[in-house]
Design a protein around this ligand. Structure first.
Ligand code: 6PG
Length: 235
C-alpha cells in the first residue's frame, strides 16, 4: 500500500483541493465519483471549503455515503449527516437520490440492513461484489479508532457485512459503522485529522501497529493519503 503523508498548516485548503482533484479525475475516467464522508469535527471546515470551490463539479455524477453515523435523528446536533448537510450538502446541487444517508433514527440492525441492501444493489449494477468507493474519507480518534470501529469492538472482526451497529466510548455510544471489508474495498482512502493530542497514535498507526483500528485500513486500491493539521498551540 502506498501511503502519502501530508503534514500541513493548511489542512483545509490542501485536503479540499485533493478531494476535488480526485473527484474530477474519477468523473473524467469513469463518469462517477463515489465519496464516503467522515464524521466528527475535523471534516466540517474541509466540507465547507469544498462547497465554496465546487460550483463546477457535475454533482449529478457524485454519490455520497457516510462511513459511520450516530444513532440519533438527522437533525440532532450529534448527527454526522447534519454536520455534512450544514457544511456541504445543502450548498451543492446534488440530487437527493445520490446521498445515501445512514438512518440513525431507526432501529440500528434495521438501519444497517437497509444500508447494506442499498449499497449492494448499486454495486451489483456495476458488477461489483461489494460497493467500491473512489475515495473514502476517515478520521482517527485518540484511541486509534476510525469510523466507529473502536479498539476491542466486535465490529473489528466482521468479515461479511459492510455496515454493522457498534458501540464505543465516544458519545453518543450507539452507532452504525462501515466495516473493514467495506472500508478496504475502496480505491483510495484519506485520513483527515488535526494532530493535537494524537501525535503518538498517528505515529503508531503509520508504523502499522494493528492494536489501533486505523492501522487495519488497507484499501485494495492501494492508496492511503493523510492530511495532518499541525497541532494547535497548547493554550
Ligand atoms: C465520529 C467519527 C469518528 C471521528 C474521529 C475523529 O462519528 O465521531 O466518525 O471516527 O472521525 O473520532 O474525530 P475528530 O475529527 O472530531 O477529531
Amino acid at each position: 500500500m502506498q501511503v502519502h503523508v501530508n503534514r500541513t498548516p493548511t489542512l483545509v485548503e490542501d485536503a479540499s483541493r485533493f478531494i476535488l482533484d480526485t473527484a474530477r479525475e474519477s468523473i473524467r475516467a469513469g463518469g462517477l465519483f463515489r465519496l464516503g464522508l467522515a464524521g466528527g469535527n475535523t471534516p466540517r471546515s474541509v466540507y465547507a471549503r469544498i462547497a465554496e470551490q465546487a460550483g463546477d463539479l457535475p454533482w449529478e455524477r457524485v454519490q455520497i455515503t457516510f462511513g459511520d453515523e450516530r444513532c440519533v435523528p438527522p437533525h440532532d446536533k450529534e448527527s454526522n449527516y447534519r454536520m455534512a448537510s450544514e457544511s456541504l450538502l445543502r450548498h451543492i446541487t446534488i440530487p437527493e437520490g445520490n446521498i445515501f444517508r445512514l438512518r440513525g433514527e431507526i432501529e440500528p440492525e434495521e438501519a444497517a440492513r437497509l444500508y447494506e441492501e442499498q449499497l449492494a444493489t448499486f454495486a451489483a449494477r456495476l458488477g461489483e461484489s461489494r460497493y467500491v468507493h473512489d475515495l473514502l474519507l476517515l478520521g482517527i480518534g485518540e484511541d486509534g479508532h476510525t469510523a466507529s470501529l473502536f479498539p476491542g469492538s466486535l465490529a473489528l472482526d466482521e468479515t461479511i457485512r459492510s455496515i454493522v451497529p457498534a458501540t464505543g466510548p465516544k458519545p453518543p455510544p450507539q452507532r452504525l459503522t462501515f466495516t473493514f471489508p467495506l472500508i478496504n474495498s475502496a480505491r483510495r482512502v484519506c485520513f483527515l485529522t488535526n494532530a493535537t493530542g494524537k501525535e503518538e497514535v498517528i505515529e503508531r498507526v503509520l508504523a502499522g501497529d494493528e492494536r489501533y483500528p486505523s492501522a487495519r485500513v488497507k484499501p485494495v486500491g492501494g492508496m492511503a493519503t493523510w492530511y495532518i493539521g499541525e497541532p494547535l498551540e497548547a493554550k
